[in-house]
Design a protein around this ligand. Structure first.
Ligand code: GDP
Ligand code: CA
Length: 328
């Protein structure tokens, strides 16, 4: 089993490629929930939904988030009532939030309700929230502190980022589901998600880093930064605002304690030496995913790297097979 750590749109693309390349029920995606928030009394988990809709094959291919061909009658009505309508909620998407919120109110954990929703959509992979407790990303800007969706969606990332913190993260705990997935997996893939606000909170769940290091499995990260820029979203500006290097070298520095392999784009080949000096083993590959085939070929490449690392780490093919059987 392979564990992927993912945020929303960027992470979902590689998770989708892995899902297509791996046998059924051999992928677990641990998803950031620090973006979760409550709106109209509903618990919204943007990153979980993006990954869920993507793996279920119902994501909007243009935006990468939301449900394909969704309608917005509910949102129009919210607007007529004068309710906030800056967060785009489609009619089908709303149903997910209604069901999730109801289940949470009735006492289910986020882990349980996420599993039920994913199964109902026919997903043959495990989707796990990074934790069951509520965590909130807060962005410090010159105008004060903003909730993540306020910064990201309402104000469209226009504010300068002075700092980021995650309320509730220190009180959160590793769920049994995440712990057992990591301790039983063959490798962990850090998807090309925002290192600060998507992967950062996942790695910050108390006990997760330790669990990952104890698992002694290959950790392979794919850079979300190509040629000094984010493919989409505020990752580059966030790294810059936080005084970090806006390049694959900065990404390597974020993940270095996990000593992962960092897959970087061909455009960043000349930075391979600096990535190695920052503590990650660089592998150069095309990492821009524009088409479904791009997702699959990057996933194949990443799975090849997993095999190579396992062989170099001295795990014989028999070890790998017996381990795979053990956890099948
Ligand atoms: P969000 O929660 O929807 O913002 O999604 P993520 O955090 O998962 O993904 C955002 C990150 O994905 C950004 O930093 C992008 O640069 C990165 N990203 C998006 N598409 C691609 C791609 O095709 N290749 C790579 N390498 N990174 C990508
Ligand atoms: Ca997100």
């Amino acid at each position: 089993m392979i564990v992927a750590l993912a945020g929303g749109v960027g992470g979902a693309k590689l998770a989708d490629g892995l899902y297509a390349e791996l046998p059924a029920n051999s992928l677990t995606v641990v998803v950031n929930t620090a973006d979760d928030f409550t709106l109209h009394g509903l618990h919204i988990s943007p990153d979980l939904d993006t990954v869920m809709y993507t793996l279920a094959g119902v994501a909007n291919p243009e935006t990468g988030w939301g449900v394909d061909k969704d309608t917005f009658s509910g949102l129009d009505m919210l607007g007529r009532y004068g309710a906030p309508d800056w967060f785009r909620l489609g009619d089908r998407d709303l149903v997910t939030h209604i069901l999730r919120s109801t289940a949470l109110r009735e006492g289910s954990s986020l882990t349980e309700v996420t599993a039920r929703l994913g199964q109902a959509l026919g997903i043959q992979a495990a989707l796990l929230p990074m934790c069951d407790e509520q965590v909130q990303t807060i962005v410090q800007t010159p105008d004060g502190e903003l909730g993540f969706q306020e910064y990201f969606v309402h104000r469209q990332c226009r504010d300068q980022v002075l700092g980021v913190h995650f309320e509730g993260l220190e009180q959160a705990s590793l769920s049994d589901a995440v712990r057992s997935a990591i301790s039983q997996c063959e490798a962990v893939i850090i998807c090309p998600s925002n290192p600060i606000v998507s992967v950062g909170p996942i790695l910050g769940v108390p006990g997760l880093r330790e669990c990952l290091l104890n698992a002694r499995v290959p950790v392979i990260a794919v850079s979300p930064i190509i040629a000094g820029q984010a493919v989409k979203g505020p990752a580059a500006r966030m790294l810059e605002g936080l005084g970090k290097q806006v390049s694959v070298v900065g990404v390597a520095a974020e993940y270095k304690e996990l000593a992962p392999v960092l897959v970087i784009d061909e455009d960043d080949r000349d930075l391979a030496g600096e990535v190695a000096a920052a503590g990650s083993t660089p592998v150069v590959a095309p990492i821009l995913m524009k088409t479904p085939e791009d997702r699959r070929s990057l996933a194949r490449r990443v799975l090849d790297i997993v095999r190579e690392v396992r062989i170099n780490n001295g795990m014989s093919v028999e070890d790998q097979d017996s381990r795979a059987e053990m956890h099948a």
